[in-house]
Design a protein around this ligand. Structure first.
Ligand SMILES: Cc1cc2nc3c(=O)[nH]c(=O)nc-3n(C[C@H](O)[C@H](O)[C@H](O)COP(=O)(O)OP(=O)(O)OC[C@H]3O[C@@H](n4cnc5c(N)ncnc54)[C@H](O)[C@@H]3O)c2cc1C
Length: 371
């Protein structure tokens, strides 16, 4: 019998699967795209080299674009975040998510991980474990497994279906284009009154993003050549996508679950806590969080019932610190406008604490006597 079922084959799910397989635990990863992501350039934060090595993925970094220069125009702000260019985190490498997913799936399969192209549907916890509906190959199959890992990304399907609540920061949307031209090793970012632009280079081209409110995102989506004066960029290092280049919009709010584990499940990666792309911590967090979640579940299977709780406390603390740092990045106020002020004042940590306290109060409430 498979001992652990992982919902989601992104970086967090595959890192958890690699950790479990190294501990000789039978694991299946279910993902609608069979764990293979589309092409998109993302920055891997400085310091992630150790976890990539530990996951057996050091060769991915050898082939990746090493970021040499960061160019930024950050309005009136002079904040030196992490001692680099204003407004940005420290970047190590420009990675193509497609290439990363291929390398991670290969590594997982080499260790014996089973991957299934499908989606985890309804989940019910019974005394034998999780009864789960697996939809794949246009059929539905019920499976039973003792442990589940929620690595479904921002939706956090498993955790939320099992009673956890997601606490969000202010609404934030990224409009993204992929420009398939030869990239230089320059990361660029520019603040405007209503959001910020970035250009992330990787071997397969450059991803250009504008991060803003949902209302402005709609305007930019309809006017991709950047004719909106208040959203226009001036840095030439941020390429203007050619007319007709397809673009997509994605939710990129800060988020965190009020509960990161419970009986028989843990959440990891964006499912547990998601970060504003200004932090550049999402990938690092998914890789390291997945690795530690996988090890915590392996420990729990081996009899250490507290290991998932320790993992969850660490993940919650990491989220709190990263969200606080994100708030400081906005508080530098490159422009004193509603967009920057809203993000500088967000209260996600407070919201999470309140939600967690309310949950504890509910649990402690005496059950009324029947009749
Ligand atoms: C615009 C933008 C730019 C970013 N740029 C950067 C950057 O430069 N650097 C950085 O470090 N981070 C960046 N991030 C963050 C980074 O992309 C994420 O943190 C990272 O992808 C999280 O990995 P994950 O495995 O947790 O989730 P995901 O990568 O979202 O993977 C989740 C997987 O679960 C699957 N799934 C969902 N539901 C189910 C289900 N019911 N059953 C089975 N499978 C399911 C999904 O299809 C998906 O394949 C950025 C994010 C955004 C939005």
């Amino acid at each position: 019998m498979q001992q652990v079922l992982i919902a989601g084959g992104g970086p967090a799910g595959l890192a958890a699967a690699i950790a479990l397989a190294e501990r000789k635990i039978a694991v299946t990863v279910v993902d609608p795209a069979d764990c293979i992501a589309g092409t998109r350039a993302e920055m891997l934060a400085q310091g992630a080299g150790a976890i990539m090595q530990r996951l057996g993925l050091g060769h991915v970094l050898q082939d990746a674009l090493r970021i040499e220069t960061v160019k930024s125009m950050w309005g009136a702000a002079h904040l030196q975040s992490h001692g680099t260019a204003p407004g940005l985190g420290v970047h190590g490498w420009g990675l193509d998510r497609h290439a990363l997913s291929i390398a991670m799936r290969k590594r997982a399969r080499t260790l014996g991980v089973r991957t299934i192209k499908g989606r985890i549907g309804r989940t019910v916890q019974t005394c034998e474990g999780w009864r789960t509906n697996l939809s794949y190959l246009s059929s539905n199959k019920a499976v039973t497994t003792p442990y589940m890992i929620d690595a479904t990304g921002r939706p956090g399907h498993i955790a939320r279906r099992n009673g956890a609540t997601t606490c969000h920061g202010p609404n934030l949307v990224a409009v993204l284009w992929h420009v398939a031209e030869n990239s230089t090793a320059v990361m660029a970012a520019e603040a405007t009154q209503v959001g910020w632009w970035y250009a992330a280079p990787a071997d397969q081209g450059t991803t250009v993003g504008f991060v803003t409110s949902p209302t402005t995102a709609k305007e930019v989506f309809n006017d991709p050549q950047g004719t909106l004066a208040h959203a226009a960029r001036t840095l030439t290092a941020i390429p203007v996508p050619a007319h007709g280049t397809p673009c997509i919009t994605v939710d990129c709010r800060s988020a965190v679950l009020d509960r990161i584990c419970d009986t028989g499940w843990v959440a990891t990666g964006d499912a547990a806590a998601a970060f504003d792309p200004i932090s550049s911590q999402g990938l690092f967090n998914a890789l390291s969080g997945g690795f530690f979640a996988g090890n915590a579940v392996a420990d729990a299977i081996g009899g250490d019932a507290e290991a998932p709780l320790v993992y969850a406390a660490l993940a919650a603390r990491t989220a709190e610190r990263t969200h606080a740092q994100t708030r400081l990045q906005y508080a530098a106020l490159p422009f004193d406008t509603a967009f920057w002020r809203e993000h500088a004042g967000h209260q996600i940590a407070k919201r999470r604490r309140t939600a967690a306290e309310q949950r504890q109060d509910q649990t402690a409430m005496p059950v009324p006597a029947p009749g």
